[in-house]
Write a protein of this length. Structure first.
Length: 405
């Protein structure tokens, strides 16, 4: 069986008095193991009831603060085969240099016998491993009454939104257990996980009929690989036996326009608009023909010819020659397939900032030539006035003196 380290959440069973379980190492401290920049240390396990154990450990971010850290616990057989996995819908923040203690209770499934290791993992928000440790080992000695022998999908791969069917076969180790109503009967629960994401995307239940259960998962839209964890449960909520893991894939393409940027908030005729698009592209199976179209419009309509190209993963640079003045530009991005179906779209709108130049008044002109002209004109006017006064005075004197005969 392929070892899968995705984690699922088990229902909490009721205490089982018939089950014998002992912890061979009830308090085991492990050496710190560093992966990336998160340390996991002081992992230990302690039995608190017949089937319930307390698992504790500490997480530390030695270099810098870490946000949205997840953690999970798994139970594995001594040969490394995963038996049960536990996730917790919690995210924690780790301050730089400080240790954060964590304690969780787990309930082991019924019907297990042998030596099992309890593993602890620290994960990123998307399920990538950061740190791990072994909390200890436990000895279980319970009678196996019923178990899942296999779970198969009706196809190996699917297209988006196709209904996935999984058929699980159940075997009675003790005859008559499945039809007995002593524990209320059994059901099968399946959880689907996408990639390394530690949070399930689908959950399904199915009744067992003639030793088989058919589960249906619908609405799986993201292309890529999924893992399904199928487990047997008593109707009372107790988990029974080992979980069964099934891999399948969904074919298709997923495009995410994560960001768009423009280099200016207005353009003049003859300018070139430079745009940057950050694109996420996931393709599983045969990729369809995709087209990325960039459009630039302003207050008065289209400002440039559309830019058309093939989309690629990462940052894409687009240059568009401007045909006319473009105020309040809007940059739109469309990704379409060969049938012109829109796969992804985004737009960015900016408000132009226009600076008005002040108008210079002739009366307030500071031009040197203007000053010389205005100054010369003033001097000529003053000289003309003085000459006029001198002439008028002479005339007055001549007319005011008496005439001699």
């Amino acid at each position: 069986m392929k070892k899968i380290f995705l984690l699922t959440l088990l229902l909490s069973p009721l205490p089982l008095l018939a089950q014998e379980a002992t912890s061979t190492e009830p308090l085991v401290t492990t050496q710190a193991v560093s992966v990336a920049n998160v340390n996991l240390s002081n992992a230990r396990i302690n039995q608190i009831s017949t089937s319930t154990y307390t698992v504790s450990f500490s997480l530390t971010a030695p270099d810098e603060k870490q946000d949205n850290i997840r953690y999970g616990i798994s139970l594995s057989h001594d040969d490394g085969t995963p038996v049960a996995t536990y996730t917790f819908d919690k995210k924690i923040s780790l301050e730089k240099g400080s240790s954060t203690p964590i304690t969780e209770n787990i309930d082991v499934p019924k019907g297990l016998s042998g030596t099992f290791a309890v593993l602890v993992r620290a994960l990123t928000e998307n399920g990538l491993p950061l740190g791990f440790g072994i909390a200890g080992t436990i000895e279980l000695n319970d009678t196996e009454l019923v178990k899942i022998t296999d779970c198969v999908t009706d196809e190996e791969s699917y297209t988006k939104n196709e209904v996935l069917q999984i058929t699980c076969s159940v075997k009675e180790v003790k005859k008559g257990v499945l039809t007995s109503m002593e524990n209320g009967g059994y059901v099968i629960k399946a959880k689907a996980f996408y990639g390394n994401n530690p949070k399930e995307v689908q959950v399904a239940f199915a009744e067992i009929v003639n030793n088989k259960a058919i589960l249906e998962l619908k609405g799986l839209t993201d292309p890529g690989t999924y893992t399904i964890y199928s487990s047997l449960y008593e109707r009372s909520g107790s988990n029974v036996g080992k979980e069964f893991n099934t891999l399948f894939s969904v074919n298709g393409v997923k495009v995410s326009i994560m960001n768009t940027l423009l280099d200016k908030d207005m353009y003049k005729e003859g300018d070139t608009a430079n745009a940057t698009i950050s694109l996420g592209l996931v393709v599983n199976g045969v990729s369809p023909i995709l087209t990325l179209t960039g459009k630039l419009t302003g207050k008065d309509g289209s400002c440039a010819d559309d830019s058309v190209r093939e989309p690629t993963q990462g940052a894409i640079q687009i240059s568009m020659p401007i045909k006319k003045t473009c105020l309040d530009p809007t940059f739109s991005v469309l990704v379409t397939d060969q049938t012109n179906t829109i796969i992804a779209s985004s737009s960015l709108s900016l408000t132009s900032t226009i600076k008005n130049e002040p108008i210079k008044s002739p009366e307030l002109s500071t031009n040197k030539t203007d000053k010389m002209i205005y100054g010369g004109t003033g001097l000529l006017g003053l000289l003309f006035g003085l000459v006029s006064v001198f002439i008028a005075r002479r005339k007055f004197i001549n007319t005011s003196q008496p005439q001699q005969v």
